[in-house]
Every structure is written in C-alpha cells, then in structure tokens.
Ligand binder design. Structure first.
Ligand SMILES: Cc1cc2nc3c(=O)[nH]c(=O)nc-3n(C[C@H](O)[C@H](O)[C@H](O)COP(=O)(O)O)c2cc1C
Length: 307
C-alpha cells in the first residue's frame, strides 16, 4: 500500500479532529503522491464564523491530527501550503499518538473546582493566557445573550443541533443533546423554543438561555485563551490548538470552548485587553465531574462507538 492509501485507511481516526459545531468541514482528496485538504462549502458557518477563523482552526486541527496518525504509522509525511500532505524525509516529530486522538473530547458538564497547575501551564506551548473563570461570568452572559439574540447566528446553531436521537443526522455530525449535557426534558424545551425562534426571541429566549448558563463559570477554575502569535496564520494556530488540547488531555484535563466570548463584539474587545493579545480560541479547562460522551462523526458506525 502507498502512504496515501495507508493514511486513507485511517481516515476515521483523522476525523476525530474537533471542529466548531462539529461541522467536520474538511474534505481530503487522495491523489497518487499527495493528499489535498479542501473545505466542504456546505459545512462552513457563514453567520457564526463570518471571518472563517474557526474554519481555519478546524482545518489546522484536522491536518495536525493527520500528521500524528501518519507518524504513528511510520509514514514520512509533512504539510505543504494548500494545505496538502506530501512526502517528507522524516517522520513528523510529535509526542502524541492515535490513543491521544481517540481519548480527547470536549466536556461541557461541571468540572471539579481548582485552577490548572502552573506545572501544566508550563508544559503547554507559548501563547496561552490564563483567566480565572469567575472573571468571565458577566461577559459570558453578555456573549450568550448576543449569540441567542442574533437571529442568523442562533438559526445557524439550531441547524447543527441534534436534540433527539430521532434526528436523521444524530450519529453523523453536529451537537447532540448528550454532547451538550442536556436532559431529555431540557433538550425538548430547547428544541421547541428554537423551532419557534422568531417568536421566542421576542418573548425573551436569549435572556432566558443566557441566564441558564450563568452558573457555568461560577466556580474557582481556569479559562485558557489561545492568542494569535506573530507571523502565524490561523491554520497553524489550529494545529497549535489541537496540540494544546492533547497536552491538557494527557494531564487528565478536558476543555470546553466558549467561542461566543470572541464572536460577540462587546466581549471580544474586553477579552483582548485582558490577555493583551488577539484571542483566537477560548476554553474552560478542568477535570470533568461527569464523563463526556464521544461525539458523532460521519463514517462511523454508531453501534461500534464506545462512550
Ligand atoms: C475552533 C473551534 C471552536 C469551537 N467552539 C465551540 C464553542 O464555542 N462551544 C462549544 O461548546 N464547543 C465548541 N467547539 C467544540 C466542538 O463543538 C467539538 O470539537 C465538536 O462538537 C466535536 O466534539 P469533540 O471535540 O468532543 O470530538 C469548538 C471547536 C473548535 C475546533
């Protein structure tokens, strides 16, 4: 088998890469001696991610995942502009393995109180700032209200929610009730409220949903912010983001991104001031009190997926 065929045979592992709303926007095209990573236009988020920041981060995370897989397979592969995966002289140097990729998952439930240790922070690549959770309580309410109150953004989110196992795409992509940590009743209420969105918006749904998320950061914990680095494009930042999440996972720490803090113009400015730089990703970090579920992926058999 050629290196391209070997990597193609492990595409399901590469697809464990994270992406905003679990859109899985990557489209690998396999050629004789290279793999191009295209973007599936139907999987962009034009309203929630108009600048393409999360898209570039997601493509970067996918390519980093492919490189980690290729290294474990013993293949000599590197990344070239495009992005493309091309032959290289050496294996990709990485401390991470396929087991790390399989073990990583976003956890949106409660975390044990406690800040991330300095020793763990020192183990991360540079460009990550620490903010105590409580410092962001008020801004998260503002950002959530903005997210649920901006019709195009809320409707786009609704389109990627799979709030019932009966949803035809429940095992394929998007955000399930279980991934969001919702009870059956909560999922039903949210689903009904979002179905009637223009009306429920006027009735105060954004304020209600924002208030329900108020407790999320009301504990002594850590939020980490990935800052843009000088001369680094967002695609490379996505590779760094994936490595940061895998490094945290090795310490038993899960992440919960809160991108609305960057998307909402009012809170984005304050966050940039707080971390003295341009935030590209922001996520709560900690030890989950409830084991997170394995998220859906296209091309996976639901019955064979361990939780
Ligand atoms: C760039 C980026 C932005 C994300 N933003 C959010 C977010 O704002 N809120 C959230 O709950 N999850 C966010 N996520 C996490 C994705 O929803 C998650 O990766 C996806 O559902 C797959 O789940 P998994 O990472 O557990 O495999 C983000 C992921 C990426 C890569």
């Amino acid at each position: 088998m050629s290196w391209v065929e070997q990597l193609r045979a492990t595409e399901a592992i590469c697809r464990r890469a994270p992406s905003a709303h679990n859109t899985q926007p990557w489209r690998p095209e396999y050629h004789t001696d290279e793999i191009t990573i295209d973007v599936d236009p139907a999987r962009r988020l034009p309203d929630s991610d108009p600048t393409g920041r999360d898209l570039a981060l997601g493509i970067g995370a996918f390519v980093e995942t492919c490189l980690i897989v290729s290294a474990e397979l013993g293949l000599t592969v590197t990344v070239a502009p495009g992005p493309r995966l091309v032959p290289a002289a050496h294996r990709y140097a990485t401390p991470f393995t396929i087991a790390d990729i399989e073990a990583r998952r976003v956890a949106r439930g409660p975390y044990a109180p406690g800040y991330v240790d300095d020793a763990v922070l020192a183990d991360l690549e540079p460009g990550v700032a620490h903010v105590p959770t409580r410092d962001l309580v008020a801004d998260l309410v503002v950002a959530d209200r903005w997210m649920f109150g901006t019709p195009a953004v809320a409707v786009e989110l609704r389109d990627w929610l799979r709030l019932s196992p009966r949803h035809p795409r429940y095992h394929l992509d998007g955000l399930t009730d279980r991934a969001l940590g919702l009870s059956r009743i909560e999922a039903r209420v949210l689903s009904a409220a979002l179905r009637a969105y223009p009306v429920t918006r006027r009735l105060g749904l954004p304020t209600l949903l924002a208030a329900s998320g108020r407790g999320l950061l009301r504990y002594d914990g850590s939020v980490l912010v990935l800052r843009a680095a000088d001369g680094e494009d967002q695609f490379s930042a996505g590779r760094r983001l994936l490595r940061t999440w895998l490094a945290l996972a090795r310490h038993g720490l899960a992440v919960h991104p809160l991108s609305q803090l960057i998307d909402c113009p009012a809170t984005a400015g304050r966050l940039a001031e707080r971390v003295a730089g341009l935030p590209l990703a922001v996520f709560r970090v900690g030890r989950p009190l409830v084991a997170p579920v394995r998220s859906a992926r296209r091309g996976e058999q639901p019955s064979t997926r361990p939780d």
